[in-house]
Design a protein around this ligand. Structure first.
Ligand code: UD1
Ligand code: MG
Length: 452
């Protein structure tokens, strides 16, 4: 591409069909707000400028655009008006301007680049991305003549013949920066919706003798999200894409359909993922690690050869070093496990630091919360924590120390020490029988009293 490009992302439309207090473009998709997917795709084009168009008072949406600037479209008068709102932010820019919708999150950088390059080659004033729609009814139709794009007809204005066209407008448009203000300025709102249609930029450009074109892309990339149903559909498409990319990168997904990934999940080659695993945002897994069935992982780095699950939950801020074993019903939160450490069954380890090669017994709890604040548990290397122990934080267990099973540890344990924090066992010989007889008599007496 010769001249630097600018990008405008339209996000000022009403989103009533989601029936949500949360703005549509902030609903999550593969672990990210929808808007972020669009931003990532456009930013890979390295635009010289990028500006978001938001509605008045949409603070959360503007914040999601940060560090990129936003402009406010005062009233939702249509996509053409929204693009016009961005003009002040584009002053002095004379390269191509790409206009994309924030609610079309599956668009890829490669497709956007194809449009910009085609416009550049053909010296077109306007270009749009089109697609063969399986159901064209909600879309604007592309009227192509002699290989060029003549105009776009919105569904509501289309006559019968036009409605039969299934080559549709994705909404992505590339305008020549030097002409953009003039083209948008000539758009009128005398139409079915009384709105300024950005799509009319095509007819305006053609009337002024400029060229316009349509570049075809794949329908799956242009799925818009206007409702919960469409959100679920977009999620499914995106998950398929992410699963495929993971497998192509050398990851074994035993049952791909049941593995849910985030857009930023990083799985190295020769990682194995068993069925029914969810990767929330911020997970990195190194080679040869194994994630067994039914795990829920978020915000964690997992080292080489580690084994996690089945049924493990790892929450943000955690680090699992190489060769660690985390077994069933173990929960980690903001916890670091050193190389080769093991927590094989039933444990809650929150705000903890666990040294290399330590063994955490079944039923161990890091008691990290006192009702007001969180405190850390620090366990040295090669320590052994016996089953059913509570480590009442803040507390430290030294290197090579042993904590006896069933202990409640409230004081620091020095390195190599043995700590017992439990009541001493008492044996009373032959007393089981008399005790049972006494309890049985008491129960019978209670039953008689009830019957009276
Ligand atoms: C638009 C296109 C249509 C295309 C379809 C693809 C127009 C006139 N029509 O229709 O040809 O097939 O997208 O999905 O452009 N927005 C604003 N301000 C406004 C209105 C909209 O910022 O005043 C934003 C919305 O937030 C959204 C995008 O523009 O991100 C598209 O708006 P929407 O109302 O969904 O357009 P469609 O009617 O779907
Ligand atoms: Mg739409």
């Amino acid at each position: 591409m010769k001249s630097p490009i600018a990008v405008v992302v339209l996000a000022a439309g009403a989103s009533t069909r989601m029936r949500s207090a949360v703005p549509k473009v902030l609903h999550p998709l593969a672990g990210w707000p929808m808007l972020r997917h669009v931003l990532e795709s456009v930013m890979r084009l390295k635009p010289a400028r990028m500006v978001g168009v938001v509605s008045p008072g949409a603070k959360a949406v503007a914040a999601a655009f940060a560090p990129h600037p936003t402009v406010v479209q005062r009233r939702p008068l249509g996509t053409g008006d929204a693009a016009k709102a961005a003009l002040t932010a584009l002053e002095g820019h004379d390269g191509p301007v790409l206009v994309v919708y924030a609610d079309t999150p599956l668009i890829t950088t490669a497709t956007l680049r194809r449009l910009v390059e085609a416009c550049d080659r053909a010296k077109a004033a306007v270009g749009v991305l089109g697609f063969q729609a399986s159901d064209p009814s909600p879309y604007g139709r592309l009227i192509v003549r002699n290989g060029g794009l003549d105009r776009i007809v919105e569904s509501k204005e289309a006559d019968e013949a036009e409605r039969r066209i299934d080559f549709c407008n994705s909404g992505v448009m590339c305008l020549q920066g030097t002409l953009m203000a003039r083209l948008l300025g000539a758009i009128r709102s005398a139409n079915a919706k009384g709105e300024f249609y950005l799509t009319d930029a095509v007819a305006v450009a053609r009337a002024a003798g400029h060229r316009a074109l349509a570049v075809e892309g794949d329908e799956a990339e242009f799925q818009g999200v206007n409702s919960r149903l469409e959100l679920a559909r977009a999620e499914r498409t995106l998950q398929q894409r992410l699963r495929l990319a993971a497998m192509e990168a050398g990851v074994t997904l035993i049952d791909p359909e049941s593995v849910w990934l985030s857009a930023d999940t990083r799985l190295a080659a020769d990682v194995t993922v068993e069925p029914n695993v969810r990767f929330g945002p911020g997970v990195t897994v190194a080679s040869n690690a194994e994630i067994k069935a039914f795990c829920d992982l978020e915000g964690v780095r997992i080292g080489k050869g580690a084994r996690v699950g089945p049924f493990a939950r790892i929450r943000p801020g955690s680090e699992v070093a190489d060769d660690v074993h985390i077994g069933n019903f173990v929960e980690l939160k903001a916890t670091r496990m050193g190389r080769g450490a093991k927590a094989n069954h039933l444990a809650y380890l929150g705000d903890s630091d666990i040294g290399a090669a330590s063994n955490i017994g079944a039923g161990t709890i890091a008691v990290n919360y006192d009702g007001y604040g969180k405190h850390r548990t620090v366990i040295g290397a090669e320590a052994f924590i016996g089953s059913n122990s509570s480590l009442v934080a803040p507390v430290r267990v030294g290197k090579g120390a042993n904590v006896a099973a069933g202990s409640v540890i409230t004081e620091d344990v020095p390195p190599k020490a043995l700590a017992l924090g439990r009541a001493r066992q008492v044996i009373k010989k032959g007393r089981a029988g008399p005790l049972r007889a006494k309890l049985k008599a008491r129960a019978a007496e209670a039953k008689r009293t009830r019957q009276k």
